[in-house]
Design a protein around this ligand. Sequence first.
Ligand code: PLP
Length: 449
Amino acid sequence: MDFNECNKTNNLSTSNVDKSGDLSSSNSINFNFDEVNNRDNCFTRKWCGRSAIFGTSDVLPMWVADMDFKSPKCITDAIIERANHEIFGYTARPDTYDNAIINWLKNRHNLNITKDSIIYSPGVVTSLSIIVSSLSNVGDKIMILQPVYPPFAGVVTDNNRELVVSQLISNLDTKNSHQNTEYTSSNDENLVLEDNSNLNQAHPYSIDFDDIESKIKDVKLLILCNPHNPVGRVWTREELQRLGDICIKNDVTVISDEIHNDIIMSGNKHTSFASISEDFANISVTCMSPTKTFNLAGLQVSYIICKDIEKREKIQNEFSRLHLSDNNAFSLVALEASYNFGESWLDNMTQYIEKNFDFALDFINKNIPQIKTYKPESTYLMWLDFSDVSTCDDKISKALIEIGKIGLNSGANYGLGGECFYRLNIACPKETLVDGLNRIKKAVDYLIS
Ligand SMILES: Cc1ncc(COP(=O)(O)O)c(C=O)c1O
């Protein structure tokens, strides 16, 4: 069956969609990220899940990683057009779906892939778990770099594999003296130490390569967060090169979770691990999705890129065993519309996020100097160190919830190096951000009084 033909005859493709991604008209670019949207009435985890997480719904939710912004209009239009068809039977992916992914990765990430290297998945965490179960055996060692997104540890232990943790190096206490020392590999064998002081200025986190080398023997898989949630690093090409060289030497497969790859602050450049070389593409499996980029997590759509045929077959077999293969009907058109027409919205949204980061950093430095933090290079998440505010116990969480009436993610869930940290989601209108920061200040004032 020709699904493109099917699309054409049934008029279900995204070809009629407003290409501007605009919120108001097809010609004028008029994105409105200042609009405060009520999300309290539509089954949203961030808003409607407050009582379950914080014990009260009386908190401003600035936790789970989705945005309080509306998705671009090109996506909503595509979904409405699909809904108007009024038949929601089983789905099949048209070539235009794969082409949208291929073009996005080529144009935005310099990653050249073929259609057969794409594996569909409903979500990145699902992918991580399936890749772990298909590329390793019970009891195998799997390395992660903490503090990191909590499901990284979960997919290892839930699959009865052994967790090996390397803690990121942090010099948040001494961030002004950060040297920005990087390693490069001018050819694949000789590592050269050089000063990259123009890169990742003042970012306090880096990879502890010596620690990784001391622990990597017998490790089967390394799960990399690239860019990194929660610390907000965009790993440089040189850092990835050094990490990949260690993995090649030790026969370790890299699972590169690149879900945050599209939201990059100015002055930084995301490097897809697999784009570095043929060898890196062959030893890696990459997980990606438009869901963070365009705020589509509730549509459940993502994909895996795997060049190596043997690994790909193992992963694909595991998806087949679990009978996980079909897209949700709305996710099909949403992915296509977002990658084909959403770029301008994304660029504007990223600028808004960057302004929010700058504002929040300035606010915290001036008004809550007890909290140590910095401007992330990617994501829309700030990583706040409360260790100068109070002793690291549940006093801080209680004050945030009961005095500040704000819901943040507790860093303790992110593993080693997360104790005493809280994660703040700034993907919201400025008005909401100001409210949230004042609530954090109120809690801190209470704790230090
Ligand atoms: C690094 C990382 N991977 C995966 C996810 C979740 O992906 P999904 O909703 O597709 O399972 C998140 C969400 O915050 C994340 O930060």
